[in-house]
Design a protein around this ligand. Sequence first.
Ligand code: NAD
Length: 497
Amino acid sequence: MATITGPSLLPEVERFLGTSPLTSVVGGKDVAGSTGETMRTLDPGTGEPLAEFHVLNAADVDRAVQAATHAFKTSGWATMPPNERGVHLQRLADAIEKHKPIIAQIEALDAGKLLAHAAGDVQNCVDTLRYFADMALHVQRRNALAVAGHEAWTVRHPWGACGFIFPWNFPFLLIGWGISPALAAGNTVVIKPAEDTPLSALYLARLARETGIPDGVINVIAGTGAGAGAALSGHPGIRRMSFTGSPEVGRLVGEACGRNLVPVKLELGGKGAAVVFDDVDVLQTAQKLVNAITFHSGQVCCDATRWLVHRSIAKQFTDECVKQMQGVKVGYQLGNGTQMGPVVNAKQRARVLSYLEKGQAQGAEAVLPGGPAEVPGQGGFYVKPALLAGKLDNVAAREEIFGPVAYIATFSNEDEAVAMANDTDYGLANSVWTSDLGRAARVAESMVAGNSWINAHNLFPRGVPYGGVHKSGVGGGVNSIETLFDYWRSQSVVRPL
Ligand code: NAD
């Protein structure tokens, strides 16, 4: 079904896409879903169908949760020593690494990512798996408590079947961030990828089966949000839930989990600020922020979308950003020299364009107007980078656009800058840019969000907890030891002496 206009498909990618409609994998078996319904996923760069997949409904999701629960109880996964589980996870990491060019091509085609970025995401998943497999070997799961008159300790157990719902912007990387700690802790997982980008998850399920991970430990169910997604988040058999996506759907998932008293981690959207002081290297800072807002066409939850710039350098900074944004080559994601690919679908393109209109209607200045981009020979979903400027009460400065659109506002002093950065309902990630490291630390700690970066944006070294507060999420800690502990329930044991 694939109609590729860039470099030719790898034979294995061709074979995989050629097996459309693709089945989900539940309990180690290919599952077509009980209704016979199928959906198509598009190549965002061409707008043409890429593959077809079976759509699972609530009854199928129930079977997947049962399979994960059964594997948790009977496969030995939950009870095997961490070093044995670690061997399985390292083998899976090896297999993913070996298939990196294949998975990267699948991901690039399905999500509209540049091939190098998709390969980076695959490697990130590999590294995350290895990180948590290693960590689980060394973390104390049993801790003695010093209590008068008693022998007492706490012990940590895996929860059981854990549910995961993922968005379309980083399909494979986020699977790594999500399931690696859960699996390393001894849980089993049911993964619901986004309906726009299910392919890399379906490929992963097949690889996991080949590497000998027990059947039912990793289940992947493809389907719609309202169907499979709602069924998974509302399933009483799920012991722990993780959702990554929009705040709107996050609320629904949180409500569903609340009804079942299932603990849930919500990783949601953002409207991050970059606070740029007047002592920066303007050219370099502009370059880094332009790189960030055009990376994956701005479809990055933690992006800096509000650029708060000291009044005295605002003109110079804005001019430099415009120059650099104008130079970004928009093109097919597998094309030579492309620096920014398409957005994921027609709906997302319409969303980006509508914010440009609404923002200007509310008085924002279109410093660089952006708009639809034409890529010769391609019918995909392309937009140009855009830069708006004005007051922060503008809709384009308040709501998450999820496209290559930045909004500039100016400040006069540090207090004003912090107040402006914090004037948002979101709280995911901000950055501060200055050569005064004292000020950098002060501002970084004053910005209300899960993450603050200094003289950089989008930093994810493993070991640093990542997550959002307020409208950006509940229960972060991703990518660090905190998440591993999330995937163990704690139990106390006491005996009178
Ligand atoms: P989305 O919320 O529309 O969809 C996310 C997932 O939820 C998809 O798999 C979808 O099928 C599913 N879903 C939809 N309706 C559902 C329902 N009623 N019940 C259960 N599941 C349902 O988000 P999106 O458009 O795919 O992704 C973009 C959003 O994700 C942005 O807001 C972005 O900021 C956010 N995001 C956050 C992080 C983070 O780490 N904080 C990372 C990536 C993306």
